[in-house]
Design a protein around this ligand. Structure first.
Ligand SMILES: *Cc1c(COP(=O)(O)O)cnc(C)c1O
Length: 369
């Protein structure tokens, strides 16, 4: 049966999400035993041991519905960010936050503004609701041109997406740039600042903590996730901080039990394990230093990163590098997925120091061939 005339046109025009290559697949296809996957910016140290403990305990209560208000985690987050519980939305990953946000506010035909090197889920969530995506070219150094974001706002614009630091480039926008942008956006246009890499970025000079702007700008929504530094990508928890009236509208669309009780308990324990988070940040710093030193020795161009990954031009085109390196058991993210401008670049997530060393050794051998 043909469903193409039955499907909502917005969905009909979409294509299914294409996930990255999975380690198991590579093992089977190329017969490589030891795979290092540094392609998805995950926490290389694994989840906090305290989160694992909490997950096991929560499993025993698996027959009980979760708290649909996620009060325990939201209260913790509210305290952490010095806001009220009503300012926090908890969801099954940042992905769900983005989707709920678009579903709540975006009418078909309205425009969303996204960087040319923007995050795929911002595009997809816009398309899902019939939004028209206006992409803003990056500057010559591949950084985001926030002045151009503001200049492209029309009376059709509903949402401006800023990713800071951006993914895949790793480049951050400064507090000054964000302040200037917020001042230029009309109050009926919503601004989502996606801060998936906040904890890594915050040690960089000039990086803003945008929660300070929430009071002045009720049209601002900040996205955070527990998938990156907190190490729960597989458990699916993310959240938003915004004006309580904005959150109240979004909550109407939220599935009643969107975050499982296992995820809520894992999130609570992981957020409290600051030592694990600190260790992750430290490991990231070390790994990135090793990679940068290697790139400099080899004369390879890389972008300044404020995240837990680095965008580097390996000099052979990212698609070829990707295909060749996979056979060596190293999975990286090829830049061509983001279009021609990013095609020379490969995104490498920071692994453990040991993994990073293996990747450097593999690259050393590969590049000297
Ligand atoms: C990883 C990431 C997210 C959130 O991912 P989830 O796993 O769905 O929480 C959001 N935005 C960007 C830019 C990311 O890289």
């Amino acid at each position: 049966m043909d469903f193409s005339n039955i499907v909502r046109p917005e969905v009909g025009k979409m294509s299914a999400y294409v996930p990255g290559v999975r380690s198991q697949e590579v093992k089977e296809r190329f017969g490589v035993e030891n795979i290092i996957k540094l392609a998805s910016n995950e926490n290389p140290l694994g989840p906090s041991p305290k989160a694992i403990e909490a997950i096991c305990l929560a499993a025993k209560e698996g027959h009980i519905y979760p708290d649909s208000t996620a009060m325990k985690v939201r209260t913790l987050l509210a305290k952490k960010h010095n806001v009220a519980v009503g300012n926090i939305l908890l969801a099954a990953g940042g992905e769900e936050v983005i989707r709920l946000f678009c579903g709540t506010f975006l009418n078909a035909g309205e425009e969303t503004i996204i960087s040319q090197l923007g995050f795929g889920l911002h595009f997809r969530s816009s398309q899902m609701y019939g939004g028209k995506v206006v992409t803003i070219p990056v500057k010559e150094d591949l950084s985001d041109d926030l002045d151009a974001f503001a200049e492209n706002i029309t009376d059709k614009t509903k949402i401006v997406f800023v990713t800071n630091p951006n993914n895949p480039t790793g480049i951050m926008n400064s507090r000054d740039e964000i302040v200037k942008l917020l001042a230029k956006v009309p109050s009926h246009v919503l601004v989502m600042i996606d801060e998936a890499y906040f904890e890594f970025a915050v040690e960089h000079e000039g990086y803003p903590d945008c929660t300070e702007f929430l009071e002045q700008y009720p049209n601002l929504i900040i996205l955070r996730t527990l998938s990156k530094v907190v190490g729960l990508a597989g458990i699916r928890v993310g959240y938003a901080i915004a004006h309580e009236n904005m959150i109240a509208e979004i909550l109407k669309l939220k599935a009643a039990f969107n975050v499982s009780s296992i995820a809520q308990e894992a999130a609570y324990a992981a957020l409290l394990d600051e030592e694990h988070i600190e260790r992750t940040i430290l490991e990231n710093r070390k790994s990135l230093e090793m990679l940068k030193k290697f790139f400099e020795e080899k004369g390879l161009h890389y972008l300044p990163t404020a995240a837990n990954f680095i965008f580097v031009d390996l000099g052979i085109g990212s698609q070829k590098a990707h295909e060749d390196l996979i056979r060596e058991g190293v999975i990286l993210r090829p830049g061509h997925l983001w279009g021609d401008i990013a095609a020379p670049f490969t995104r490498i997530s920071s692994g453990t120091v040991a993994e990073t060393q293996v990747v450097i050794d593999t690259l050393e051998k590969y590049l000297s061939k």
